[in-house]
Design a protein around this ligand. Structure first.
Ligand code: GLU
Length: 453
């Protein structure tokens, strides 16, 4: 059973980059008939907020990214403690006492010598006396995971292909702070094991974390942690997608602030976001595809490119407009103006950029409308139109062909005064579709009023 997860930290709203990761994980799970897990990474108690947890749930629901399960790291702290004790007993976790300043200095020295700033394992070199002295001074240690320099780190990445790391070129990661709070690395690994995650798909900023986490997985398997917990004991598949960048090619601040609320306010449909993000950065064409089945059929990690995916608001607007033109009445009825029915939706829909725009067009129907100054000639023409109006299943076609014959008018002279008299506008929905929505009585009244104006 495929299990994927989306693991946001509830320290802010979801932005377009997170939405993309969530979507792709959801698609992987749906396509495989598996499960999609929402994991709230809220070990950072100071920065995590309940309102963001709720916003994340709401945003996913609005996007139609249904979660099959939800977990919260803050409710699982004893599991991380258990893993910590097991790894410590296995000699894979060690205490370190350096201050932030000392570590910074070590980094600078290495960088100054042109060397990679890899942690020198100074804490491992402390004698028992030195360690006891630190403890006696009241220095609480932070904790590092000891990488095995002899264990090769390799995986076949679902997007990037074969990945290899040399553990000796990585720093032993700090996994727990001196106040015993958790950093991301170990809890995430514990969860992936215990929640049976089979596929980890995340941004390429996590590639080096994966290298480290692979050793955490294998250390936990070796220590029988997974057997004890009943979790997985086979590494998940890893895939790292290229990051999302703004049109200008950078990870702009604006991109990070583009969340569901901003999209919703702008009249962007969830299906437009889904259609764009499902394929952005892949070799498949980005098209206004409103059907998730269609998107799922073609979804395939092997189509994902290595180059950063460019997010352009103009693409989103274009797709949104095309999606709005496909929406059925049932999809939008609760967002339409009071009284606006299916016929009106179909008449107005081709003119809309957003569903919200229907409110402006509906005012054309409900009135009052503002008339332009008609010439005497046009007024006479409109009076003739009012008399010629006949109601059948194509009143506009009947009216205009009658007037064409009787007046000899054609083109703009034939149509524009009628449109103006009936809607108060020079442009707008197809009159053949709109006239039945106006109804006979309103149409006749408007033509008569314009002819008297
Ligand atoms: N909370 C982590 C993040 O948002 C999760 C990363 C992961 O998918 O493992 O970066």
């Amino acid at each position: 059973m495929t299990i994927t997860r989306f693991a946001p930290a509830p320290t802010g709203r979801l932005h377009v980059g997170n939405i993309r990761t969530a979507l792709h994980n959801w698609m992987l799970a749906r396509k495989a008939g598996g499960k999609f897990l929402l994991r709230i990474d809220d070990t950072d108690a100071a920065r995590s907020k309940e309102e963001y947890v709720e916003a994340i749930r709401e945003d996913l629901a609005w996007l139609g990214i249904e979660t099959d399960m939800e977990e919260r790291q803050s409710l699982r702290l004893e599991r991380y403690d258990a893993a910590f004790e097991i790894l410590k007993a296995a000699g894979r976790i060690y205490p370190a006492y350096e201050t932030q300043q000392e570590l910074e200095l070590k980094r600078k020295v290495l960088l100054g010598r042109g060397l990679p700033p890899i942690y020198d394992r100074g804490a491992l070199k402390l004698s028992d006396e030195e360690r006891a002295a630190k403890e006696a001074e009241g220095v609480a240690p932070h904790w590092r995971f000891k990488l095995d320099h002899d264990e090769p780190i390799e995986w076949e990445d679902g997007v990037r292909g074969k990945q290899k790391f040399d553990a000796s070129q990585l720093s032993d990661p700090v996994i727990r702070r001196a106040d015993s709070s958790w950093l991301y690395m170990l809890p995430s690994t514990v969860d992936d094991i215990e929640m049976g995650v089979t596929q980890v798909l995340r941004g390429e900023d996590h590639v080096s974390n994966t290298a480290v986490q692979i050793q955490m997985f294998t250390a936990l398997y070796a220590a029988q942690f997974s057997a004890a917990s009943g979790g997985a004991n086979e590494l998940p598949k890893f895939a790292h997608e290229a990051l999302l960048v703004g049109r200008e090619g950078k990870l702009s601040k604006r991109l990070g602030s583009l969340g569901c609320d901003a999209f919703r306010e702008r009249g962007i449909e969830p299906e437009a976001i889904i259609a764009l993000l499902a394929r952005l950065g892949t070799s498949l064409p980005v098209e206004p595809i409103a059907s998730r089945e269609t998107l799922l059929e073609t979804f395939d990690l092997s189509t994902f490119g290595r180059a950063p995916a460019k997010f352009d608001d103009a693409d989103l607007d274009r797709i949104n407009t095309a999606i709005v033109h496909q929406l059925g009445f049932a999809d939008v009825s609760d967002r339409l103006p009071e009284g606006m029915g299916e016929e009106a939706w179909h008449a107005i829909r081709p003119n809309l950029e957003t569903v919200g725009g229907a409110h402006d067009y509906w005012r054309i129907v409900t009135g009052p409308i503002e008339l332009p100054d008609f010439s005497d000639e046009d007024r006479a023409y409109l009076s003739e139109a009012a008399a010629a109006l006949e109601w059948n299943d194509n009143p506009w076609g009947a009216l205009t062909s009658k007037l064409k014959d009787s007046t000899g008018r054609k083109g703009k002279a034939l149509f524009l005064p009628l449109r103006q008299a009936l809607t108060g506008q020079n442009h707008g929905p197809d009159m053949g579709d709109l006239l039945p929505v106006l109804g006979e009585e309103v149409a006749r009244r408007r033509l008569e009023r314009a002819s008297d104006s």
